[in-house]
Design a protein around this ligand. Structure first.
Ligand code: UD1
Length: 418
């Protein structure tokens, strides 16, 4: 298992380009299953999660090739409809292939998905929505068997605006006949990007970004396209928080400030200077930050759960007391004992963390408990006195491509030990 070795105290300075969004690449890779031709995805970023997703596509019969920074996916020969436990347990998003496999083949056998250990992560909303579309589903021996013989367009209300369920239904319904409407759908920018991708392949989808999406099914498979995804707002947010915590000055090129309003509001309240341009965000901080009294995670456009662990570190070193409520994933606070080893003063009761800001953290040997927890421990290591070893770096690699190279470029003293 790799480790990151960090000597804290350096301010982050300079500029960095934010890569394509993992959470768009994953559903887009899955939806290539619906395309009867080649799909070229530019600026492809080989996050570990994306490698697992391409392995899943290969296991179904897809051909994958790389051309410079692009990946070309050809799913014309897909003839398999089983996602095995071995592949599914690696990646929650393996479940996004369900809607696409049903759209192409009409049958699917999918193992219950794995992924980061941040909560129970059930799939009931996905399954209810698919049943509303007329898909018959049997759950047996760890597998979900689906048959889309009776699939038909429908109006579907989601009990909770699940990102994955919204994406699954968009994929399953865009190639059938009739109009499907999803109400109370997720509004994340990644949903809008998936809509734009599917439309570039000939689908007819509108409304993404609002709480109702309309999918006019085209009744056949989609056609080839070339596509460039939006940038990763969570990586941009992570580096913005890291810059603020170290008291540095960093320009985040290709960061979309519109996607980060909930975060930039918090940063501004904490005393961080932010200059927003059309295609970049400049973050700087020149004094100790002040605690933001209450942050609460909620679906987009509210504060994202994927930046909660990172902002927890910022609150832990800011001046004052604060509270963070986690409303999406119940196990996100598993990182707290690790931060306490570094001197953070945090008390967790149920889904709420009470934080007393301390003047400084101290280096320690810590263990990433999930992807974003890993990123937060790296930020803690950057600001701590002395050296920090972050274990379980494989979690971080799921959603950051060589985080140590990005941060070294910005002046951090960080290296990977394999
Ligand atoms: C996506 C993101 C993840 C992010 C999350 C919330 C991807 C690849 N991952 O995950 O990074 O943290 O959105 O913004 O895009 N739920 C159910 N039943 C279901 C589905 C979800 O109860 O069938 C619950 C989940 O347990 C969770 C909440 O709904 O409490 C949100 O989950 P969801 O929006 O589905 O997250 P993911 O799509 O898995």
């Amino acid at each position: 298992m790799s480790k990151l070795y960090i000597i804290g105290g350096n301010k982050l300075n300079g500029e960095i380009t934010i890569p394509s969004a993992k959470n768009t690449l994953l559903p887009i890779l899955a939806s290539c299953i619906l395309v009867d031709g080649e799909v070229k995805i530019n600026n492809f970023t080989n996050y570990r999660d994306c490698i697992i997703m391409t392995n899943i596509l290969s296991s179904l019969g897809a051909k994958i090739k790389y051309e410079g920074s692009a990946v070309i996916i050809d799913c014309r020969n897909i003839n398999e409809w089983t996602i095995t436990t071995e592949l599914a347990k690696e990646l929650r998003s393996s479940f996004f292939t369900l809607g696409a496999v049903l759209g192409r083949i009409g049958l699917a056998k999918v193992a219950y998905p794995g992924g980061c250990n941040i909560g129970a992560r059930p799939v009931n909303i996905h399954l209810k929505a698919l049943r509303d579309l007329g898909v018959s589903i049997i759950e047996r021996h760890g597998y979900i068997y689906c048959n889309a013989d009776g699939i038909k367009a429908n109006t579907i209300h989601l009990d909770f605006p699940s990102v994955g369920a919204t994406e699954n239904i968009m994929m399953a319904s865009c190639v059938i006949n009739g109009t499907t409407i999803i109400s109370n759908c997720a509004k994340e920018p990644e949903i809008e990007d998936l809509q734009n991708f599917l439309n570039s392949c000939g689908a007819n989808i509108s409304g993404a970004g609002t709480d109702t999406i309309t999918i006019v099914g085209v009744g056949h498979l989609l056609h080839s396209t070339e596509y460039t995804c939006i940038s990763d707002r969570i990586i941009a947010g992570t580096y913005a928080i890291a810059t603020a915590c170290t008291g540095g000055s960093v320009k985040l090129k290709d960061a979309n400030s519109q996607h980060l309003i909930a975060l930039t509001n918090v940063l501004k309240n904490a005393g961080v200077n932010i200059v927003e341009n059309k295609k970049s965000l400049h973050i700087s901080a020149d004094k100790r930050l002040v605690s933001v009294p209450h942050i609460s995670t909620m679906p987009y456009p509210c504060f994202p759960t994927d930046l909660q662990s990172q902002i927890l570190v910022m609150q832990a070193i800011s001046n004052g007391n604060s509270v963070i409520s986690e409303n999406i994933f119940e196990s996100r606070f598993k990182v707290v004992p690790e931060l306490k080893k570094m001197g953070a003063v945090i008390l967790v009761k149920n889904n709420v963390a009470y934080i007393s800001g301390v003047e400084c953290l101290y280096g320690a040997e810590v263990y990433a408990t999930d992807l974003r927890a890993g990123a937060s421990l790296v930020i803690a290591g950057l600001v701590a006195n002395g050296y920090t070893t972050v274990n379980n770096v494989e979690y971080i690699d799921r959603g950051y491509l060589k985080i140590e190279e990005d941060l070294s470029k910005l002046g951090a003293d960080i290296k990977r030990i394999d």
